[in-house]
Design a protein. Structure first.
Length: 222
């Protein structure tokens, strides 16, 4: 299986979003970071912008909600037609209930863990989620350096997924480059969010292929 590459439009040109979405048409999914200036100290866009991206994107949407009260707000992103909706464990009051609701609306349900969040409580809950996102930077801003000390979380999750026989995607987000993507793939990740390393490249399509190749060489036969 080839690694999945999901470029983050946080690094796109917001005034030329439709053009930049075409630049990444060779990627697997488009990663859409929704930030509310409460859960994280940054504000990006909400449902209207996501609906517009959904209407113009050549590839499905992987929505990452860095917002407070996702129990209330996350379902509307599934209703907009997002392929996958990921909310933060730290912000949800009832993560399993919310994940079941998202699945019921036809989206894949993802849970995101910030660097300081322990993965232990989620190992036995893996059947409830389609994706676990391990943040390899503090959530809120693009362009940060990759934090290698969170890699053991991926190893734990991969082992738990195999033990439970669950097909869960393990995603990493933050500071992903050709060098760091190999480290994350080695640790058990199979789905990768890349921002500036794709949109900052002259040829975004070539950058996506290079990242996919770098990661696929290290995947654990998934």
């Amino acid at each position: 299986m080839a690694a999945r590459i999901n470029p983050s439009i946080l690094s796109a040109d917001f005034a030329n979003m439709e053009r930049d979405l075409q630049r990444i048409s060779g990627a697997d999914y488009v990663h859409v970071d929704v930030m509310d200036n409460h859960f994280v100290p940054n504000l990006t866009f909400g449902p209207q912008m996501v609906e517009r991206v959904q209407a113009t994107s050549p590839i499905p949407l992987d929505v990452h909600l860095m917002i407070e009260d996702p129990d209330r707000w996350a379902p509307q992103y599934a209703e907009l037609g997002a392929f996958s909706v990921t909310f933060h464990a730290e912000a949800a009051t009832a993560p399993v209930t919310l994940a079941r609701r998202l699945r019921g609306l036809g989206a894949r349900a993802g849970v995101a863990l910030s660097p300081k969040t322990d993965v232990g409580a989620y190992l036995e809950l893996l059947p409830e989620f389609d994706q676990v996102l391990i943040m390899t930077v503090e959530p809120g801003f693009g362009g940060q350096r990759f934090l290698p000390h969170v890699m053991p979380k991926l190893t734990q999750l991969r082992a738990a997924a195999e033990r439970l026989g669950v097909d869960v995607w393990l995603q990493v987000d933050g500071g992903v480059t050709e060098e760091t993507i190999a480290i994350a793939a080695d640790a058990g990740a199979d789905t990768f969010v890349a921002g500036s390393s794709v949109f900052g490249a002259e040829d975004a399509g070539a950058a996506i292929t290079a990242l996919r190749d770098a990661a696929s060489a290290h995947l654990h036969g998934h």
